[in-house]
Design a protein around this ligand. Structure first.
Ligand code: NIG
Ligand code: FE
Length: 438
């Protein structure tokens, strides 16, 4: 039943792909015949949960069609001659695209002066209480035009693109009026339309109580529930809703109100939980079937059980832990033991994580929080995809998943958590399109 077929696929690109000439055994890999483009001789770290660790496979040919991974075929099943005139990836590592599932990368202003204060010993929570912190970024962000916010966010998102991020979540939360929150979300959507990266948006109007509502925080929560969530949902601007549940943020009861409103509009929920204290936010979020709870330094055993029970992702934000010089670690061993999926994210923001690098967050997740490089890698692929509700489409190398992947100039996948600051990308593919220099 074998039949030799000579297949000539034309490839044209500025980096010199010429022709790919493959003899195929049709019975074994006819799916490659239908691909628009094939990356030959890559070593996949699939991150498949049914395989151990990185889910490494022997060298494969990876074929793409209609923006999806259409074929993943062992090289030994291909018959030569092939690739003689095509760029052979020579066994290089290929991984799923990196997913940064928690960022606040749209903002104006700088908090460098606050850093000066903090270095003189003034705590983050005290700066926040005195009208600095989040509120100082709110002032600057409100004053910035939509165009200006876009321009300010561009170099940040480009840095993520260059280091291999193919999906990024971006939160609002520095507008804190209906118009300014929608302005931020529109900028996030525009970044996703103009840049070679998927953008997921999260409405975080419950980030801080704006100055106008200082004496009546409950009516800010009402405004969020009755005006901002409905408007963001109707405009299709929010993929999820987030709340900063904290003594300097919103109470458990207020958080619940926001979640109930999100539910009415069928929006997924997430939470900044247990960062500086434990208000029971993770248990509440789990009750609502949240996609993720994030930070978690003060997460307790009840919370862990609730997360495990509902399959909620625990997102670790080691950059904020580092920058705030926290000493209380999130309960990694207990999360691991309970089988809670752990994502890792950069938390890019001007106050607690002015570090625009997911690779750095992976490194810190290992060195500061005690993750293994395998866990850090799963944390920015498979588990980060789940934290965005995208686990069926993203985060693994598997036929049928979206074709977001990276070819690396690196010997072992642990290098992605270990080595910082070196450009190791050979190929960056989003939705089946090569976008390395996007
Ligand atoms: O994720 N915790 C609340 N939100 C941000 C900090 C935002 C800010 O300080 O501007 C965080 O750490
Ligand atoms: Fe955050």
């Amino acid at each position: 039943c074998y039949q030799d077929v000579n297949l000539i696929l034309p490839f044209f690109s500025e980096i010199g792909y010429k022709l790919l000439y493959i003899h195929l055994e049709v019975g074994m890999n006819k799916e490659l015949l239908n691909c628009e483009r094939v990356w030959l001789n890559v070593t996949p770290a699939t991150l498949r949960p049914d395989l151990a660790d990185y889910g490494l496979l022997e060298p494969h040919a990876l074929g793409v069609r209609d923006g999806k991974i259409h074929a993943l075929v062992p090289m030994q099943d291909l018959k030569g001659p092939y690739a003689a005139s095509w760029q052979d990836m020579k066994g290089k590592l290929v991984t799923p695209g990196l997913i940064d599932c928690h960022t606040h990368l749209i903002f104006a202003g700088s908090r460098a002066e606050e850093f000066e204060l903090r270095q003189k010993g003034v705590p983050y929570a005290e700066i926040a209480r005195k009208g600095g912190g989040i509120i100082s970024t709110v002032r600057a962000t409100r004053a910035a035009s939509e165009e200006r916010l876009y321009e300010l966010a561009l170099p940040r998102i480009k840095s993520l693109i260059r280091e291999g991020v193919t999906t990024v979540e971006i939160k609002s939360g520095y507008g804190l009026t209906l118009e300014d929150e929608l302005k931020m979300l529109r900028v996030a959507r525009r970044l996703g339309e103009t840049q070679p990266i998927r953008v997921k948006t999260t409405l975080l109007a419950a980030h801080a109580v704006p100055p106008e509502y200082r004496d009546d925080p409950d009516s800010w929560v009402e405004t969020i529930c009755q005006e901002i969530i409905p408007a963001a949902a109707e405009a299709g601007l929010a993929d999820a809703v987030d709340v900063f549940c904290e003594h300097i943020g919103f109470s458990l009861a207020q958080t619940e109100q926001v979640y109930l409103a999100a539910d009415q509009y069928n929006l997924a929920v997430k939470g900044h939980m247990d960062q500086l204290s434990n208000l029971g936010g993770s248990t509440l979020a789990a009750h609502f079937g949240a996609l993720s709870v994030d930070h978690l330094e003060y997460l307790d055993q009840d919370g862990i059980q609730a997360l495990a029970h509902r399959g909620v992702v625990a997102t670790l934000l080691p950059t904020a832990f580092y920058f705030l010089k926290e000493t209380k670690l999130p309960p990694i061993a207990a999360l691991r033991k309970a089988g809670v999926p752990m994502a890792v994210s950069s938390d890019i923001n001007p106050g607690t994580a002015p570090i625009v690098s997911l690779r750095m967050a992976m490194n810190m997740a290992c060195t500061l929080l005690g993750l293994t490089p395998v866990e850090a890698m799963a944390g920015v692929t498979r588990h980060a995809a789940r934290a965005l509700g995208e686990q069926e489409r993203l985060g693994q190398l598997k036929v049928g998943m979206l074709a977001d992947f990276l070819v690396w100039n690196c010997g072992h996948p642990a290098e992605l958590s270990y080595l910082i600051g070196v450009d190791q990308l050979v190929s960056r593919v989003v939705n089946g399109e090569e976008t390395l220099h996007g």
